[in-house]
Write a protein that binds this ligand. Structure first.
Ligand code: SF4
Ligand code: SF4
Length: 347
């Protein structure tokens, strides 16, 4: 089979299995990129990468952002697992056709040869860089990959192979809908997205997005340890109410010790991801707000941001049922808790 024909077959396969957007990178098109675009880290004789997106259930986004229905949590876990499954299918197919191919899961697989091993959370390869360079989507201000159909409410995965595939180009800058609205940044309770830009060149193309602050900011809030905005008027789906340091990344890291101890002790009634770096391995995403707010239509983005801000704060009962209540009601509920329960949620 010719390289072109094999490439077309793989594109059809990914879309047929449930992908929404696909791109092909090669050693040449990824040349000069950051370390995490080096395919040979994964497969010594790698020639190409296949990177693709799978959308989350769009109907669940607004009920989630308005803190009425947490079902998007389970959909996120299932969609992420399904996306890894497509990578496994594609790699298996290539293998049966006589090629070497390694599936790369969407998340939670880290390099072990960095100074702190998996605690550094450095991915084997960056799905995002591969996706931007191969035209799966484009970098938004948030640092997420935006797609023209589903915004950034997608999961990415890749397959690295020694098959010589036909590369695809980045999406032209004129088609990038990111207009700097910054609703992603405004919606980020721990201020993870900084004001500084990161610029990278991959295979002769420039890409730009905002530099993140300490990763612990996102890990603690998106990972569910805490999630109350400093105004105390709104929150993520996390019932944690720890004070968030404004500008100091180091203080944020020390919050990790306190908030993770209580996080482990809280009831986790709803579905969880299994993460090697989390105590007792169970992690429940409670944010992803920046990812879910961003939509190609600006009026949808604004509406979603308002839903997130105007729908109160989350509290949970003894068995882990969560509900959104007004900020005053939340204060009352917390004040009436026995001290040992209260310590699970507040400073
Ligand atoms: S929310 Fe606005 S600024 Fe942020 S990535 Fe989306 S379009 Fe860009
Ligand atoms: S997932 Fe939440 S905490 Fe993480 S960057 Fe996005 S908005 Fe901020």
């Amino acid at each position: 089979m010719s390289n072109e024909k094999l490439t077309e077959n793989l594109k059809e396969m990914v879309i047929g299995l449930g992908g929404s957007n696909i791109g092909i990178g090669t050693k040449q098109t990824l040349k000069g990129g950051p370390e995490s675009t080096d395919l040979s880290y994964v497969l010594k004789d790698a020639e190409s990468s296949i990177t693709f997106a799978v959308p989350f259930n769009q109907d669940l986004i607004e009920p989630y952002l308005s803190k009425k229905d947490f079902s998007l949590n389970e959909n996120k876990i299932r969609t992420t697992t399904f996306t890894g499954g497509i990578a496994l299918e594609v790699a298996g197919f290539l293998n049966q056709m006589g090629y070497e191919a390694i599936p790369i899961a969407p998340n939670f697989i880290y390099r072990k040869d960095t100074p702190n091993g998996i605690r550094d959370r450095k991915p084997l390869i960056s799905h995002k860089y591969l996706a931007a360079r191969s035209g799966v989507g484009f970098f938004g201000y948030s640092g997420s990959i935006l797609t023209s159909n589903y915004g950034s409410a997608i999961v990415l995965a890749s397959v690295v192979t020694d098959a010589q595939l036909t590369p695809t180009d980045p999406i032209p800058e004129s088609e990038n809908y990111c207009d700097d609205c910054r609703l992603c940044k405004l919606s980020c309770i721990p201020n993870y997205i900084s004001d500084e830009k990161i610029k990278v060149n991959i295979g002769g193309y420039d890409f730009e997005y905002q530099k993140p602050n300490s990763h612990w900011r996102c890990i603690l809030v998106c990972g569910g340890a805490t999630g109350l905005h400093s105004s105390k008027k709104y929150s993520t789906w996390s019932p944690g109410r720890f004070d968030l340091p404004e500008d100091d990344d180091k203080k944020f890291e020390s919050l990790r010790d306190k908030s993770m101890i209580t996080y482990v002790k809280r009831p986790k009634k709803d579905a969880v991801f299994y993460h090697p770096g989390v105590p007792e391995y169970k992690m429940q995403y409670t944010c992803s707000t920046c990812q879910f707010i961003c939509h190609p239509d600006k009026s949808v983005r604004k509406h979603r941001y308002k839903l997130f801000k105007d729908n109160g704060v989350i509290v949970e009962n003894e068995i882990g049922n969560r509900m959104s209540v007004s900020p005053d009601e939340a204060e009352n509920i917390i004040a009436k808790m026995p001290e040992d329960r209260k310590r699970l949620y507040v400073n």
